[in-house]
Design a protein around this ligand. Structure first.
Ligand code: BG6
Length: 426
């Protein structure tokens, strides 16, 4: 189907670092010749310069046009509608690469201007809302003009190749499916660390912080994939419902079991002395699902740490102390699975050592970037890698007590030296 992709915020960080490169790949396959890109911007934009800085070439030149408008002016949305001139056999994907508050107001304006026919889809970036109340408000506001089927809420971690593989590994291998419960599993940790700091995104990050930026979305979704039931016959359309059920079984977080911290130098970078925005957070959770009873779950994330890594660590119960017991789903980098194995050292002596059975998916093929996957899925109306409004609300509910405690400022904010290891902060 002929597709017009409208990008609000085409000159922004996400668009230049992720969306345009993803679109270059997608269009390069030759399978999406019907796709055109319309960038929305307040200012005039030099398309050649934009493409050159994002892609290092201008190969998408013929595919990209710019519509300049004032995002707060209702008349400009009428002009946009005329400019789009959407035919019945075309679809429009409106990608909101803007902060959450701006996204809701753009959707209001678009709806009021009548850019909400069934062939219009809206793609939201996370975080969706900034807390439970604002997410509820955003959901009811968007529902005035758009049906849930038209809404695609992106959490790009769900679309990462290894995140999708969690379903395959868990469902397709007796080795995993038979032990996926509290009889065999002792604890679950989901960790996403970054070496980079806030990279000049102070405005965004001051309103967001690590809890909203990573925990409520990315980590909670990886957790849902880890805890949920696997659909029979790998029926992917059931995923949102199964993820939701797993999230519903989570107990509400206990702020007393939460650690928040900020890297030294953050306040200067954000130009906000006294800022309490956390750049590191560790929370403990538990599930009421019978198979996960008494299995501690820990979610940890932080910026300006020693390594960039995202992984799910499954710790198995040991029968005796010397046993190896860890399975790691490496979401990135070096996407794959690492199983710790206790082995006899080759040789005449009866000595033992722990070795690693390491499956590296990234060795075999080009792994599509998560943003390629979300754009392709949205074009094809495949919704299973997007988060439903119920999933969003449930995730906010789970972290609400932490946000409330932080608002009252009754939890200490630790400081850490940039490039620290997690263990040095916790
Ligand atoms: C985004 C966050 O969702 O994910 C950023 O807003 C973060 O702060 C980024 O840097 C990390 O994504 P990835 O795919 O590089 O791990």
């Amino acid at each position: 189907m002929k597709t017009k992709l409208l990008i609000y915020g085409i000159t922004g960080d996400l668009s230049t670092r992720k969306l345009l490169p993803a679109l270059k790949q997608i269009i390069g396959t030759g399978d999406f010749n019907d796709l055109s890109i319309i960038g929305v911007s307040r200012r005039e934009v030099d398309v050649d310069a934009l493409l050159q800085s994002s892609l290092g070439d201008t190969s998408l030149k013929d595919k990209v046009s710019i519509f300049s408008m004032d995002l707060a002016n209702a008349n400009d949305y009428q002009k946009l509608k005329e400019y789009l001139a959407l035919a019945d056999d075309e679809q429009l994907l409106a990608y909101l690469s803007v902060p959450p508050q701006a996204a809701t107001s753009i959707v209001d304006f678009m709806g009021a201007a009548g850019i909400n026919t069934p062939n219009v889809k809206i793609l939201f970036e996370k975080p969706f809302g900034v807390d439970l109340a604002s997410a509820e408000d955003a959901i009811s506001r968007t529902a005035r003009y758009y049906h849930e089927d038209q809404l695609y809420r992106i959490d790009h971690y769900l679309a990462k190749e290894m995140a999708q593989n969690i379903v395959a590994f868990r469902g397709g291998n007796a080795l995993f499916s038979n032990i996926w419960n509290n009889v065999f599993i002792e604890g679950i940790e989901i960790i996403a660390t970054e070496k980079i700091g806030i990279e000049g995104r102070a405005d965004f990050y001051e309103q967001t912080g690590a809890l909203r930026d990573f925990v409520q979305g990315h980590l909670m979704q990886l957790l849902a994939l880890t805890l949920m039931d696997i659909p029979h016959d790998f029926e992917w359309s059931e995923l949102p419902q199964l993820r939701l059920r797993a999230l519903e079984q989570l107990q509400i977080a206990d702020p007393a079991k939460t650690i928040r911290a900020q890297y030294e130098g953050y306040q200067d970078e954000a130009q906000n002395p006294g800022s309490l925005t956390e750049t590191f957070v560790s929370i403990e959770l538990a599930s009421n699902q019978p198979r996960w009873q008494d299995v501690p779950i820990r979610l940890v994330t932080g910026k300006a740490l020693d390594v960039k890594t995202s992984e799910i660590r499954i710790h198995l119960k040991k029968l005796h102390e010397a046993q190896s017991n860890t399975i790691v789903f490496r979401i990135q980098p070096n996407e794959g699975i690492d199983i710790e194995l206790f082995t006899k050292k080759p040789g005449y002596d009866r000595e033992f050592e722990t070795r690693h059975l390491d499956l590296m998916l990234s060795n075999d093929a080009h792994l599509p970037d998560a943003y390629e996957q979300v754009i392709v899925d949205a074009i094809r109306s495949h919704k299973n890698l997007f988060t439903s409004s119920d999933e969003i609300l449930r995730s906010w509910q789970v972290v609400k007590p932490i946000q409330d405690a932080w608002k009252m400022d009754n939890q200490p904010l630790r400081q850490y030296t940039p490039q620290s290891r997690i263990e040095e902060i916790i």
